[in-house]
Ligand binder design. Structure first.
Ligand code: PTJ
Length: 246
């Protein structure tokens, strides 16, 4: 039992949720180490959404709303931490939600699809094929889902698939707390922010931009250069480190 007045309450509850989901097999054991890496970078960011991440989230919203066939890719960590937030983003953006796993088993795919459905998402399931140019199991996706997408949102990605999707001519939006990762550098647009802060931020922007009408979308695209967004995130971290002991 984690006491609600613990100074690291949110972080500890999040870990507890991930550990429980790992015991059930929803989160891969490797997903726990991936989370730990994310936490370390979030410390450096001050565990808050920065101005550059907010700009990236708004651009991501414009990309999703302007897309012909937008897809949100979901893995174990994302389902464990943000399934309700993903369902809300789907409603606001009109994107397809599809499960895509690095440590893929049919059992995990079914478990994650159920978590998403229970949270209110309309999950694109059905026959998966080995369609992406990758030697690992992230190659499995649906022909009318991710394979046909023009814009793909990939929270907590591995760099390989991000690179493969970009190589296929798709626009890739990554959410990754590590601005140095291959994913962050290979994506079309990277939101350097924590998943559970970034997804609602994109949803808010989708709702606001949809209400404002299509003429407001065009000036937001193609949006800031990804290199600029990463250097702003690194700058924030450097600044916090330089004042760490003040
Ligand atoms: O569920 P599966 O089988 O698809 O596997 C998922 C993992 C996460 C194990 C797989 O995609 C993986 O190995 O990912 P990586 O290569 O470790 O990359 C994960 C990235 O996400 C790292 O750069 C972390 O810094 C970042 N990260 C971790 N937790 C968060 C995060 N970024 C945003 N929000 C988080 N909560």
């Amino acid at each position: 039992m984690i006491p609600a007045d613990h100074p690291r309450y949110k972080s500890l509850v999040t870990r507890e949720r991930l550990a429980e989901c790992a015991r059930q097999g929803v989160v891969a054991m490797e997903g726990l180490t991936a989370h730990g890496r994310g936490e370390a970078f979030d410390y450096l960011l001050g565990e808050r959404t920065t101005d550059s991440a907010r700009l990236a989230a708004r651009t991501a919203a414009a990309m999703l709303l302007s897309a012909r066939h937008p897809v949100i890719s979901v893995n174990g960590n994302t389902a464990a931490l943000a399934s309700r937030e993903i369902a809300a983003l789907q409603k606001a953006s009109g994107a397809i939600v599809e499960v895509n796993l690095f440590h893929r088993t049919e059992k995990r795919v079914a478990q994650i699809e159920k978590i998403l459905t229970d949270a209110g998402a309309d999950v694109f399931s059905g026959e998966a094929e080995r369609l992406l140019p990758l030697t690992h199991d992230r190659a499995w996706c649906r022909r009318d889902g991710m394979f046909s997408a023009d814009v793909v949102l990939v929270p907590l990605e591995d760099g390989d698939r991000c690179e493969a999707l970009v190589g296929m001519g798709k626009q890739v939006i990554a959410i990754d707390l590590n601005p140095l990762s291959r994913t962050a550098r290979k994506a079309t647009l990277t939101i350097v922010d924590e998943l559970t802060r970034a997804v609602p931020e994109i949803t808010r922007a989708c709702t606001e931009l949809s209400a404002a009408g299509p003429e407001v979308l065009a000036p937001l695209l193609p949006g800031p250069d990804n290199h600029y967004l990463l250097s702003e995130a690194i700058g924030e971290m450097r600044l916090r480190l330089s004042h760490a002991l003040d």
